[in-house]
Write a protein that binds this ligand. Sequence first.
Ligand code: PMV
Length: 343
Amino acid sequence: MNESGKPLSSDFSPVCRRPKASYTCAANIALIKYWGKRDLELNLPINSSISATIDALTSRTTIEFLDEDGGPDELYINEKNVTDSTKTDRVKKHLGVAHWRLRMHSRNNFPTGSGLASSASGLAAFVGALCGLLEERPGEIALEDMSRLARIGSGSAARSFFGPFAYWQRGERSDGSDSYAHDLTFHNDLAELDCTALVLSDAVKSVPSTKGMQESVAESPHYAEWLEHINADLKAMCKNIVRGDFEAMGALMEENAYRMHGTTIPPNRYFSQETFATLAKLKSYRRKDGPFFAFTMDAGPNIKLFSLPDATGPLRKFLERENYRTIAGRVGRLHGPTGEHLF
Ligand code: PMV
């Protein structure tokens, strides 16, 4: 994939160059969370965020161009017809192709909509495939533009084109032109960092992240505290990633996740009883004799664990003994028309 594709110019006028295109993209898990929007239509975040891209969690989307002049799109997620196309409609409108009628098939290799970042990989794969319809050659459109477009579909999707670690800058401009993600410099010791997703439930989350964020911003007495810490958290996480200090990264990712969940209404709204019970079990194992690992949670009850390779074996054995359902992955970078592993 050409990393230095052409930026879309302001007078860009989209032309469909092929009838069908596919794209695969990995999901990403936030280490410093994005929580709060300053513009709903453009999905502009209140704060910048940092993530790790996870090679085992992927979405593959195929788009067929059906017609130049309107009619509703056909959207299938994991072969199921989906009628709500709000997110893909927003991207199409922004790109100037709202009138194109498309058939879209998106397949996730992991549970959808349950806090395992399927909207990040799904919307990034959608943007990749949509750009594939427009490009003369794959990789022609710059990743920075794809990141901006994916952000309009689902904020966290902006980070999925990068890795193993990505930084999504909130930007300052009201048109969102400076709000996109880029790669973060990282220490080689973190190149093989493992991620184990603990699937406690694959039910679709009851509170969509946008609603959760809006409630936090409008109502939470803890949201001001979130904002007070965020710049220091971002700076410290960048430093820890460059130094390869995983213990410091781990402590900070947990603190940041707790702070984010503390702003939800009510606090920790996305956690289930099983989330609490599992966290208690994990912490007790780590305290007693366990290897070092760190956890984080997003807008759902599931837990993601990060560990260095030496610790991953014993940790996964413990999870197996406890009968947890897991998905084993590693940080990396995976996106493109054929879904090649790029890192
Ligand atoms: O981009 P969304 O709408 O899926 O929201 C993502 C919200 C969190 O996953 C909780 C945080 C993040 O930065 O990914």
